[in-house]
Design a protein around this ligand. Structure first.
Ligand code: NOJ
Ligand code: CA
Length: 483
């Protein structure tokens, strides 16, 4: 398909911003929306097309924004709604789109909906959440576990004597997605933001929204902590797809589809055009930096996803160890190779802020830990000049700051920028099909589209490859060849 007919989100490079740590405009140590606005120049220079902002809505921050008390207002520390409107307007002028994080699976226990629900067993909103009586011995109604800490996913509400379900913290209460009013309320939330100009939503916990109606025990081999009604979850995705499809220009749904089975991942796309636009590929995130493993995930994804579906690739996010540490042992050559694999696939690549610098996981002293699940090391402030005033998390020093790397044509940042530009100017790389090419073990070689060949040496040895003309690849070196 020629690239000018391709929808914007298939041609785009996405960039995830962990708002608290990206750029701080007022020097209170916390990144904010005016900070992002002030760095749009940088993002434009880098060449990214759309930003996914981690949650910006109002939250008591038990799970840093993933516990929402108001879905339709912006956290004051980020600059409030005015700052958001300004950011959207300025980004729009530059052709940069903004996708926001939406958390439909659960609300904060402080959300007015839950306050009302818990007030009494006959509250009009009681059924917006999932309540059950404890067993006579006071044990929870089933064996579901919370994702944080691994304890029961049920907590007793002493005032009404029932237990409520929480897939995460007890302060993150699961909504009852069998309730039509809940569905309508979330439709309204989506319309609110779409009308304000967002380019779409990254859907938190998209893999587990509708729970098993009978709350059956989790079998030993289940891949979520709670039992999910997957078909009904897909039905909700189709409802949302219809809703966003009513908007022009095209808006997208990108799902946090945390499943390790690629056949299951394929299901989230539905027909390829009626559920999610993009579904994160976690098997790719967790594959080791080895030709065979990465190639295997890509080949099987190509095989299993519906023909009309479009993959989404990423190496890092705010929940996992940064890729240069996790996959590359801090070796910059390996990190360049990994970045090359990300930016040359068929599908939309999603960078995590700092990936462009080769930023590594930062060691957090115990007294500075702030996350309930040990993820702070992947969420530290972006080093612009190597200093932040009183940063909320320690500023790492494992990578040269933006200012230094920007001035150095041989830096990781320059490498990343060139790759993005190369991708953008190549119709083959933007939209061409994927085909594995024969290559020595430890080299991953593939053709993209008609003429472009990518070969990446994922080993400590130099490798001779024969892709017309013969070519030597140094250890961990990759090449993009026209030919
Ligand atoms: C997935 C988010 O990415 C993670 O940060 C959060 O803790 C859980 N969902 C719960 O919302
Ligand atoms: Ca700030």
């Amino acid at each position: 398909m020629p690239s000018d007919e391709q929808p914007w989100w298939q041609r785009a490079v996405l960039y995830q911003i962990y708002v608290r740590s990206f750029a701080d405009s007022n020097e209170d140590g916390i990144g904010d929306l005016p900070g992002i606005l002030a760095q749009l120049d940088y993002l434009e220079w880098l060449g990214v097309d759309a930003l996914w902002l981690s949650p910006i809505t109002v939250s008591p921050d038990k799970d840093w924004g993933y516990d929402v008390v108001d879905y339709t207002d912006v956290q004051p520390v980020f600059g409030g709604m005015r700052a958001f409107d300004e950011l959207i307007a300025e980004a729009d002028r530059r052709g940069i789109r903004i996708v926001i994080d939406l958390v439909p699976n659960h609300t904060s226990d402080q959300h007015p909906w839950f306050q009302e629900a818990r007030a009494s067993r006959d509250s009009a909103r009681r059924d917006w959440y999932i309540w059950r009586d404890p067993n006579p011995d006071r044990s929870p109604p089933n064996n579901w576990r919370s994702s944080f800490g691994g304890g029961s996913a049920w907590t007793l509400d002493p005032a009404t004597g029932q237990m409520y379900l929480h897939s995460f913290l007890p302060e993150q209460v699961d909504l009852n997605w069998w309730n039509e009013e809940v569905r309508e309320a979330m439709d309204d939330v989506m319309r609110f933001w779409l009308d304000r100009g967002v380019a779409g939503f990254r859907l938190d916990v998209a893999h587990a929204i509708v729970k098993d109606r009978e709350l059956r025990d989790r079998p030993p081999d289940a891949d979520t902590h709670v039992v999910v009604d997957l078909e009904e979850t897909f039905a909700v995705l189709r409802r949302w797809r219809k809703l966003v499809d009513g908007y022009e220009p095209e808006r997208i749904l990108i799902g946090e589809t945390w499943v390790m089975d690629l056949a299951r991942l394929a299901g989230f796309y539905g027909s390829g055009a009626d559920q999610l636009h993009l579904a994160f590929n976690f098997p790719f995130v967790f594959a080791p930096l080895q030709a065979e493993s990465l190639r295997d995930v890509v080949e099987r994804s190509e095989e299993l996803l519906p023909v009309a579906a479009w993959p989404a690739w990423t190496l890092s996010n705010h929940d996992v160890v940064r890729f240069p540490t996790r996959m590359c042992e801090g070796d910059e050559r390996k990190a360049r190779a990994a970045l090359l694999t990300l930016l040359t696939q068929r599908g939309t690549p999603v960078l995590y802020y700092g990936d462009e610098l080769g930023m590594q996981q930062v060691e957090i002293p115990p007294e500075r830990e702030s996350d309930i699940d040990g993820r702070d090391g992947a969420r530290t402030p972006l080093p612009w000049n190597g200093a932040w005033n009183d940063p909320w998390l320690p500023l790492g020093d494992n990578v040269a700051p933006v200012a230094v790397q920007r001035a150095d044509p041989t830096s990781f940042l320059s490498f990343c920028r060139e790759l993005i530009a190369r991708r953008g100017s190549s119709p083959d790389l933007v939209s061409g099909s994927y085909e594995t090419l024969p290559a020595p073990k430890d080299v991953w070689a593939f053709r993209r589209g008609e003429r472009t060949v990518v070969a990446i040496n994922l080993s400590d040895e130099s490798m001779e490859i024969d892709l017309g003309g013969g070519r030597k690849l140094a250890p961990w070196e990759g090449a993009i060849l026209d030919g």
